[in-house]
Design a protein around this ligand. Structure first.
Ligand SMILES: [Mg+2]
Length: 257
């Protein structure tokens, strides 16, 4: 198996999450990536929950020496990057949009009750957003766990509905649309499959892509949550000993050894 596609989450996997530490991507990661691109044209995908505006701002602020070839935004939409601009994968993005529109309409009664719960029983901030009828930001990690548990029970009668959690943030999506199926859409476009792919993530919303169905090489940084470490480890993946991008640089070296 030869690595040809590197798919990384962004926050927590490349960029440290904590505000206290130096929030930058380490030179070792870019050096490894550059080498892999030069040697064998490795393709790089950033697979994130962010919007393009938010990701682009960070890539510019951090002066990324190279930009990704593809991005997955909002844990669903796929774009090829051409001269720092996102070119949509129209058929995939349209399918995402149609599926979600249908699903969110069919589940309409759910959202009112959820807003009521959030307003009266939590201190979370929530809003209707482009990608989800309700997007939630819990006030702290404990509250996020409580909301997570409550909503998991709540959506059980709606098998097509799934919850994407990233730290204290939540968004809803169709069960077939997630970082894993979006990665597969990229693979189909460039003619590669799981056997040539590395996937790296740190949080709940990365779990769907941290699966050998989508990537033969699985890894997570040292700061990954226990669920992610367990998922990576149970499939023979590599648990990095270093945080964020330093850990992913370590993994790239490990898988190439
Ligand atoms: Mg993350």
């Amino acid at each position: 198996m030869i690595l040809r596609l590197v798919c990384t989450d962004f926050d927590g996997t490349l960029l440290p999450i904590s505000e206290e530490v130096d929030r930058s991507v380490c030179p070792a990661f870019f050096a490894r990536l550059h080498q892999l691109r030069e040697q064998r044209g490795v393709v790089w995908v950033i697979n994130t929950g962010r919007s393009w505006e938010s990701l682009q701002r960070e890539l510019e602020r951090q002066h990324f020496p190279c930009w990704p070839d593809w991005v997955v935004l909002g844990e669903r939409e796929v774009y090829r990057i051409d001269r720092h601009l996102p070119i949509p994968h129209r058929s995939w993005n349209q399918r995402c949009s149609d599926l979600h529109q249908e699903l969110f309409t069919a589940t309409a009664p759910l959202w009112e009750g959820m807003r009521d719960f959030l307003q009266h029983q939590t201190r979370a901030i929530y809003q209707s957003a482009e990608w989800s009828p309700v997007e939630i930001l819990a006030s702290n990690a404990t509250e996020a766990d409580r909301i997570h548990e409550k909503i998991r029970d709540w959506i059980r009668p709606f098998p097509e509905l799934s919850l994407q959690r990233n730290c204290e943030g939540f968004r809803f999506s169709h069960r077939d649309i997630h970082k894993g199926s979006a990665l597969e859409a990229v693979q189909k476009e460039i003619g590669l499959d799981a056997s040539a792919t590395l996937a790296a993530g740190d949080h709940h919303n990365d779990l769907p892509m941290l699966d050998r169905r989508y990537a033969a090489f699985l890894t997570c940084p040292f700061n990954a949550i226990p669920e992610v470490k367990a998922r990576v480890s149970s499939q023979g993946g590599f648990l990095a000993s270093l945080p964020a991008s330093e850990g992913i640089a370590e993994a790239l070296t490990q898988f190439e050894a």
